[in-house]
Design a protein around this ligand. Structure first.
Ligand code: G6P
Ligand code: MG
Length: 219
């Protein structure tokens, strides 16, 4: 039965994915190359340092560990400049209503994000109180597609993975949910999120009843 919902942050609750893309692209450009939005899909859900490694590979750029730390710090500064402009209006359509309906139904709510900036973002959009548990990049040692972040979330909510549903916009996040023994709802494009149990393009097009009916259908 559906006991808990675990939410990715970037691209699910708010569209920070676009800010990550802009900041990473600036880094690439300053290093003398570029990458596409298609390549950017591979960065979703992937930690800061692992994202940097991938981007450097794309550009064929080799850096020392120290230089990598410096570029990652720079990228984060550019990213935070966007984050600091964020307002509660940026919460994606339907998200607040959906979380309200979960709360009313007594379903556990956790955040499962790779971001070390998650709490700051939740503060900016006034959603720190919306979650019963917040697991972010400061708690995890392994990145998605490893299920660690979601398993920690289920644990914090005292629920079995089989009773949990993950909401994810990243291919790596869908895989993480499944590897953790959880259902996965893709948020985004069905062409990209082919492994998801079900895909929604926005929370406005679903409801708890609709989802649990679909969930029951999966059992
Ligand atoms: C999320 C995003 C990734 C980002 C990662 C780390 O998973 O989807 O694009 O790289 O968090 O974020 P951070 O804010 O710690 O750099
Ligand atoms: Mg995401």
């Amino acid at each position: 039965a559906l006991k808990a919902c675990l939410f990715d942050l970037d691209g699910v609750i708010v569209d920070t994915a676009i800010y990550h893309f802009k900041a990473w692209r600036r880094l690439a450009n300053e290093l003398g190359f570029d990458f596409t939005e298609h390549q950017n899909e591979q960065l979703k859900g992937v930690s800061r340092m692992e994202s940097l490694e991938l981007i450097l590979q794309w550009g064929g750029v080799t850096l020392s560990d120290e230089e990598k730390q410096q570029w990652a710090a720079r990228k984060n500064e550019w990213y935070l400049a966007y984050v600091n402009q964020m307002t509660p209006q940026e919460v994606l359509p339907g998200v607040r209503d959906f979380l309200d309906s979960l709360r009313k139904a007594g379903i556990g709510i956790a955040l499962g994000s790779a971001s070390k900036n998650a709490r700051l973002i939740l503060e900016r959009i006034d959603m720190l109180d919306a979650f019963d548990a917040i697991i972010d990049g400061t708690h995890t040692t392994k990145s998605k597609p490893d299920p660690e972040v979601f398993l920690l979330g289920a644990q914090a909510l005292h629920q079995n993975p089989a009773d949990c549903v993950v909401f994810e916009d990243a291919v790596a996040g869908i895989e993480a949910a499944h590897r953790g023994g959880m259902k996965a709802v893709g948020v985004g494009s069905p062409e990209v999120l082919t492994e998801a149990d079900v895909v929604i393009t926005a929370f406005t097009e679903t409801s708890l009843t609709k989802l649990s009916d679909e969930l029951l259908g999966w059992q």
